[in-house]
Design a protein around this ligand. Structure first.
Ligand SMILES: Cc1cc2nc3c(=O)[nH]c(=O)nc-3n(C[C@H](O)[C@H](O)[C@H](O)COP(=O)(O)OP(=O)(O)OC[C@H]3O[C@@H](n4cnc5c(N)ncnc54)[C@H](O)[C@@H]3O)c2cc1C
Length: 455
């Protein structure tokens, strides 16, 4: 019975353990190791992104046999492009502020952050030889300005560690469990079975699918009974119903504010800072923040409106007084040219389409109603949101594995014993600023620590 079970597995193992096989010279060692390795993976980690690499690093300290499976030809593809290639790996704002950037689900992370937060993460990387810098907005980057250094700090030690086998170009298709609901391993796309009593799922979300995260983890977990909160693209540019004049595409506005209005015209948020224009809508830092607030509503078909205030530092009364003065001082100029008094040249076509005044009217002929129109244009340019841009442009996924089904102290599934779920796969997302990577690293840390806590 034993031989029957073991032999086919040996051949499966031969297929997946090429790296190990090269190392061994004698037949005896060869077979001993095959049997030992194959029957004794202590942990399988699926996905070698930010979370998977951290989980493997932490688990490696426990001297256990670990199999890390990555479907792409390289690990950490997304990690390497984070922060525009600079990797904003965390944020040093205090916990109570940090948590607010995760929204209402931030509570789920309290346990994880009490064990492994920004201070611990920074120490972790500095000890691995990656000096860090804290920049504007408490954002943390490697001093070198290279995300590659963060990636290398993780992968180098893993590649050197004989207890860890990294399989690249290998896709996991299914999580294998007993009928009692205990994890026993994973099945690869080519039907190979890899066994372990613990599995950490770190397959990421659906954003930037070219990096490997295509949402496969959701399906695998759904098959085991997990509920998936519908994933929608977040931290993503927005498509407006209003066309964007050609002159504006790529143009950046600074120190403006965007108010977000729901279907009933109620204000649900306001963001101050920089934004830019795309061929079919708006993008840039404050638009990404807006997208996080509205993406689910937009995908549910709700009507959302943005109000752009070009002069947020001036209230309506002050701005009106300024307008009256400047209209008088420049009475002989025509409106089309005089708009330069209040706006960058690139904004003029959009401004003119927002005010129904004859373009060549002299300023000294502008009446009170028309002045109100100009005032309104400066404080309230309206954009109706058609949709968000797609997964290729979304920095994170909103939605994922229902947090109620995961133990926040361990990241273990409440449905399948021995199965852990970490990183962007969870229904957790945050603003830009280093919060999302900290979520990935902290959840991975918790899972990897819990895996062997009872051994
Ligand atoms: C352009 C960009 C810039 C960003 N910049 C920042 C930033 O500066 N700071 C920040 O905090 N956050 C940033 N983020 C977000 C952050 O990168 C993610 O939240 C984080 O990488 C999530 O980590 P993860 O390990 O859960 O998933 P991922 O990093 O997506 O890793 C998942 C891994 O699983 C693998 N995988 C998937 N399915 C399978 C399968 N079936 N079998 C085997 N392997 C599989 C994938 O190939 C991938 O390698 C950025 C995101 C993008 C797209």
């Amino acid at each position: 019975m034993h031989t029957k079970k073991t032999l086919p597995n040996l051949f499966l193992f031969l297929k997946i353990e090429k790296k190990e096989l090269r190392v061994h010279t004698t037949i005896h060692t060869f077979f001993f190791d095959i049997i030992y390795m194959h029957t004794n993976y202590d942990l399988i980690i699926v996905g070698a992104g930010a979370a998977g690499l951290m989980a493997a690093t932490v688990a490696a300290e426990k001297d256990k046999k670990i199999l890390l499976i990555e479907k792409m030809d390289q690990a950490g593809r997304k990690l390497r492009i984070t922060g525009k290639g600079r990797c904003n790996l965390t944020n040093t704002s205090p916990l109570k502020d940090f948590i607010t950037h995760l929204g209402s689900d931030g509570r789920f992370m309290r346990n994880a952050f009490s064990k492994f937060f920004s201070t611990e993460l920074m120490t972790f990387f500095e000890q691995k030889g990656v000096p860090l810098n804290i920049e504007r907005g408490s954002r943390v980057f490697p001093k070198s300005g290279k995300s590659l250094d963060v990636f290398l700090a993780l992968i180098k030690d893993l590649e050197r560690n004989r207890n860890i086998t990294i399989l690249k170009n290998t896709s996991v298709a299914r999580i294998v469990t007993t009928t009692e609901g205990r994890v026993v391993g994973v099945e690869l796309k080519d039907k190979t079975l890899c066994r372990a009593p613990k599995v950490i799922m770190a397959t990421g979300g659906k954003s930037y699918p070219s990096t490997g995260s295509e949402g496969e983890g959701y399906e695998m977990l759904k098959q085991l009974g997990h509920t998936i909160v519908q994933p929608v693209p977040s931290l993503v540019p927005l498509v407006t119903k209003e066309p964007i004049p050609e002159e504006l595409i790529g143009f950046q506005l600074k120190n403006v504010s965007l108010a977000v209005m729901n279907e009933n015209g109620g204000k649900i948020g306001e963001y101050f800072g920089e934004m830019t224009f795309t061929p079919n809508g708006v993008a840039g830092p404050i638009v990404l923040s807006v997208s996080r607030l509205i993406t689910r509503m937009v995908h549910e078909g709700k009507n959302i409106t943005l109000k752009l205030d070009l002069k947020p530092a001036l209230d309506v009364t002050t701005l009106d007084k300024k307008l009256i003065r400047e209209l008088n001082e420049n009475g002989t100029r025509v409106l089309k040219d005089a708009l330069r008094l209040w706006l960058p040249a690139e904004m003029i076509p959009l401004a003119l389409s927002n005010i129904k005044i004859e373009h060549y009217k002299r300023l000294n002929q502008i009446n009170a109603n028309e002045r109100k129109m100009i005032l309104n244009m400066l404080k309230n340019i309206i954009f109706h949101i058609e949709s968000t841009r797609g997964w290729d442009e979304a920095i994170v996924t909103q939605g994922g594995v229902n947090l109620k089904e995961v133990n926040p102290k361990t990241m273990e599934s409440k449905i399948v014993e021995g199965l852990y779920i970490v990183g962007e796969l969870l229904d957790l997302d945050a603003d830009t600023g280093g919060y999302n990577l900290q979520i990935a690293f902290s959840t991975a840390y918790m899972a990897a620590n819990d895996c062997f806590s009872k051994d």
